[in-house]
Ligand binder design. Structure first.
Ligand SMILES: Cc1cc2nc3c(=O)[nH]c(=O)nc-3n(C[C@H](O)[C@H](O)[C@H](O)COP(=O)(O)OP(=O)(O)OC[C@H]3O[C@@H](n4cnc5c(N)ncnc54)[C@H](O)[C@@H]3O)c2cc1C
Length: 548
């Protein structure tokens, strides 16, 4: 037998989305879980995220009497995701749909306060079973001081985690034109001041989720260790029986009697893996994933026989790169009026307001890396750019990040785009904007396209002409918030070999796996939700509590 330094019932590699639900379920059964986190911060990309879950037929919808059901959700997943390999099998999709709502009820029972994000449409709401009202939700703001002096410092919190409720934050991109947005900003400002006076450290978004998950796990007595990267799995007679981690700079072998769950994220920061598996060109400088997203657990699982799939997928985010080194996620910018996205021929090639993942896929498919956002003089005045709500900085012009010209032809020449192509495209698009209907790509036709539109713009909130000089251009790159492919798992989260057989003792969830969502992003929260659900399912399977 192996020479163990320590024994536990269940070992979880990484403190990602599914880790703390899994560990708490193991604790509930009176068993011992250990979470091993490589970095000095807990929560992974999940803690840095917008903190949105996408789970159809969830109890929040039911409580508000909004019609959704398992069959409608199944129809939607079939239409949007389809069957693109084993990760999207009937069994896995059904497991996600069946266990997702149950997990939310279980978490509510543990005191997690969820809030529905009404009107955040499914991203393909025009498909059968799609819902314009959306199936997304998050959690209430969380005061990280509740974690105590030690753990509050260990939670991965970004500047993104302002104490803004979703109902307020959704208005902010329209701050220059909308009174609702100004009121929302004032409310957030007041909350910041009040928190300072009361000594609270309230956060929203993913930090609120992982803060609450961490509190839940700690309250249940879960053993969570930071600076404890896993460097190998231990395999005995074809079964994964434990892991090798580090303690005091030396290898430390931990037995995992009931199983090991890999919840270690993807490989967004691993240039070599991105080159090996992903579309090109790509750069680790374009990703927003957490710094621990380096993919070694995927390669380690592969070395122990796990099959990999969908490794060319990522949750792409149209991204621009201003001179201060920031990455601006342009998700709310491109669906607005007075902007289009073109390729080198000066042609549009997709619905700019479609889901961010589909946008990235289209940039690669149409050889548009980078693509170019083209806007007219009204755009910056009305909408700003990239969550920068104030005036556009001078340095953006000086550095050439924003290119400006008095005519479309001159702009095209400046950015190396075909001038005749751009002029023709804009003329055609202006016709669509005046008519309120884009007959080329149907932009502005489905509910999701208008989530970030401008309601004051007529006739279509998402289509506005590009005709007032000066004209401006910004390069758009396929950034991402994480890779979306990896270890192939079954409906219980068990890792599978190439021949479809199970690797006993090894489970995986989240971005370490090939997603149940396949090559599609069905709605806001389609990454965090399956990470949680399959983490929960895996733990209960290891406990012998599945199926139920
Ligand atoms: C800004 C931003 C906004 C986003 N918004 C949303 C959103 O609202 N909804 C949504 O669904 N998705 C969103 N995403 C994407 C989503 O956050 C990620 O896809 C998801 O959180 C990945 O979760 P995970 O469970 O796979 O792992 P993660 O949360 O990434 O955690 C993995 C952890 O494993 C650790 N680890 C890695 N290797 C090892 C090792 N060898 N040993 C031990 N530990 C290891 C890492 O350090 C990390 O802490 C967003 C992402 C970003 C960056």
């Amino acid at each position: 037998m192996s020479n163990w330094n320590e024994s536990a019932d269940f070992v979880i590699v990484g403190s990602g989305g599914g880790s703390m639900v899994a560990a708490t379920a193991i604790k509930d059964a009176g068993k011992t879980p250990i979470i091993l986190e490589k970095t000095d911060k807990v929560g992974g990309s999940t803690a840095m995220s917008g903190g949105v879950f996408w789970i159809p037929n969830n109890p929040l919808l039911a409580r508000e009497g909004i019609a959704d059901d398992a069959e409608k959700a199944r129809t939607y997943l079939d239409a949007a995701v389809g069957d693109v390999g084993p990760s999207t099998s009937r069994e896995r999709k059904d497991m996600f749909l069946r266990q997702g709502p149950k997990m939310i009820e279980w978490l509510e029972g543990k005191g997690i306060p969820f809030v529905r994000y009404g009107g955040w449409s499914d991203y393909h709401d025009d498909l059968p079973g799609g819902m314009g009202e959306g199936r997304s939700f998050g959690v209430e703001l969380f005061d990280i001081n509740k974690l105590g002096p030690v753990w509050s410092k260990r939670l991965r919190v970004t500047e993104f985690a302002v104490p803004a409720k979703r109902a307020e934050a959704k208005h902010l991109p329209l701050i220059k034109t909308s009174m609702k947005a100004k009121i929302a900003a004032a409310k957030i400002g007041l909350r910041v001041v009040r928190n300072k006076l009361l000594g609270k450290k309230q956060v929203g978004t993913g930090a609120a989720i992982q803060g609450r998950m961490l509190k839940m796990a700690l309250d249940h007595g879960v053993d969570l260790r930071i600076n404890s990267g896993v460097t190998d799995l231990v395999e005995e007679n074809g079964r994964i029986t434990g892991v090798v981690t580090q303690k005091d700079g030396k290898p430390w072998r931990i037995e995992a009697r009931e199983g090991v769950l890999i919840n270690a994220g993807g490989f967004a920061h691993n240039a070599e893996m991105r080159k090996k598996y992903g579309p090109q060109p790509a750069s680790t400088a374009w990703t927003n994933a957490n710094p621990g997203d380096t993919g070694e657990m995927i390669e380690i699982a592969k070395a122990h026989g796990a099959a990999l799939d969908l490794t060319d997928q990522a949750v792409w985010i149209p991204t621009s790169l201003p001179p201060d080194g920031a990455r601006l996620m342009n998700v709310p910018d491109l669906p607005k009026p007075h902007v289009i996205v073109v390729n080198k021929d000066g042609k549009r090639f997709c619905d700019e307001a479609q889901s961010y993942m589909k946008n990235g896929q289209d940039y690669y498919k149409h050889n548009a890396v980078p693509a170019f956002a083209i806007m007219d003089a009204r755009y910056f005045k009305k909408y700003g750019w990239g969550f920068r709500l104030g005036p556009v900085p001078k340095s953006w012009y000086e550095s050439g990040f924003v290119k400006e010209a008095p005519t479309l032809r001159a702009l095209a020449e400046k950015i190396g785009v075909d001038p005749a192509g751009l002029e023709a495209t804009v003329e055609r698009f202006n016709g669509f904007a005046r008519a309120g209907k884009d007959t080329d790509f149907n932009r502005g036709a489905k509910a999701y396209d208008l989530v970030f539109g401008d309601p004051a713009n007529k006739p279509n909130p998402g289509l506005g002409t590009i005709e007032e000089a000066p004209f401006r251009a910004i390069e758009i790159w396929p950034g991402d918030v994480g890779t979306f492919g990896g270890i192939v798992t079954d409906e219980f989260g068990r890792a599978l070999r190439e021949d479809g057989s199970v690797i006993p003792g090894l489970y995986a969830t989240g971005n370490s796996t090939a997603s149940v969502m396949g090559k599609t992003y069905p709605g806001a929260g389609a990454s965090i939700a399956p990470s949680f659900v399959f983490g929960w399912v895996a733990a209960r399977h290891a406990l012998g509590q599945m199926p139920n």
